[in-house]
Design a protein around this ligand. Structure first.
Ligand SMILES: Cc1cc2nc3c(=O)[nH]c(=O)nc-3n(C[C@H](O)[C@H](O)[C@H](O)COP(=O)(O)O)c2cc1C
Length: 252
């Protein structure tokens, strides 16, 4: 029997996507991790590899930066799992977009799922997700996918979403830096778009910022945060839309 090489590939500014992908990968055995938070070298996967892809949902789509970096990973009819993680509002076209992009890159998507985690922009939303019920569903999804791969069952299945996808809307929300910034540069290291100066981490190039919140979560002294009238307005609009407890959905 040939050896499967299992890879986790994720874009995860505030680490919830990464932890869900890790949990799925655990059911498959030993695996390598590839983060799309930095530019990557081209990667070619073999037929008998298994790749678990995870990205967060940004405005109903997959983050465009992750989309560009994913193009560098090619499969050879390689089995893959497509996972999106969203903040209990909606995942809209993101799962369809991820599955379609992976198929265009030579992967055979055996299972696709939308899981829920704390909202990275408005962290009171889904603050305690994934919870115990979510974790059971995550494990269930992983075992169903593993079973399908073992049976070489590569039958196709429909998933929700529309094409053409929702248009990509830039977020006018940029983190501010507070007085207690110690200039350690952890934010600059965490930023996936190089928007923060490593010499002077108080400086952010907002034309590069993708509002992903990586810097907010990376700051050891909580000196970065979203604040201001535009943010408060967005919060007043979004938070009430997210009160209903949504259940994860998966398709295999
Ligand atoms: C710019 C931005 C846009 C987002 N858009 C959505 C959305 O459309 N629907 C939703 O439910 N959650 C949305 N979220 C929340 C994230 O999808 C969610 O918090 C996810 O768990 C973040 O993953 P991460 O921890 O790997 O960064 C958005 C977050 C950000 C930063």
């Amino acid at each position: 029997m040939t050896q499967n090489y299992i890879k986790q590939v994720y874009f995860s500014p505030t680490k919830t996507t990464c932890s869900i992908v890790q949990r799925i990968a655990f059911c498959f055995g030993k695996s390598d991790q590839i983060s799309l938070m930095k530019e990557i070298e081209p990667l070619y996967c073999q037929k008998d590899d298994i790749v678990i892809f995870g990205v967060p949902v940004f405005a109903g789509r997959i983050p465009q930066m992750a989309k560009q970096r994913l193009k560098k990973i090619k499969g050879d009819q390689t089995p893959a799992l497509a996972v999106v993680v969203f903040g209990n509002r909606a995942y809209e076209d993101a799962l369809l977009e991820l599955k379609t992009d992976l198929e265009e890159n030579g992967f055979v998507v055996v299972g696709a799922a939308a899981f829920i985690a704390r909202h990275s922009l408005f962290p009171t939303i889904a603050a305690d997700r994934p919870d115990v019920e979510d974790l059971k569903l995550i494990d269930g999804f992983a075992s169903r996918c593993l079973e399908k791969i073992q049976k070489q069952d590569f039958s196709s299945f429909p998933i929700p979403g529309n094409f053409p996808y929702k248009s990509v809307s830039p977020f006018p929300l940029f983190p501010s830096v507070k007085e207690n910034c110690i200039g350690c540069g952890e934010c600059a290291k965490a930023c996936p778009s190089g928007a923060i100066s490593s010499e002077d981490p108080k400086k952010t190039d907002t034309s590069l910022c993708i509002s992903c919140a990586a810097c907010v979560y990376a700051c050891p002294v909580h000196a970065r945060c979203f604040q201001g009238e535009v943010y408060e307005q967005a919060k007043r609009m979004i938070v009430p839309l997210c009160r209903t407890y949504l259940k994860p959905e998966f398709f295999v």
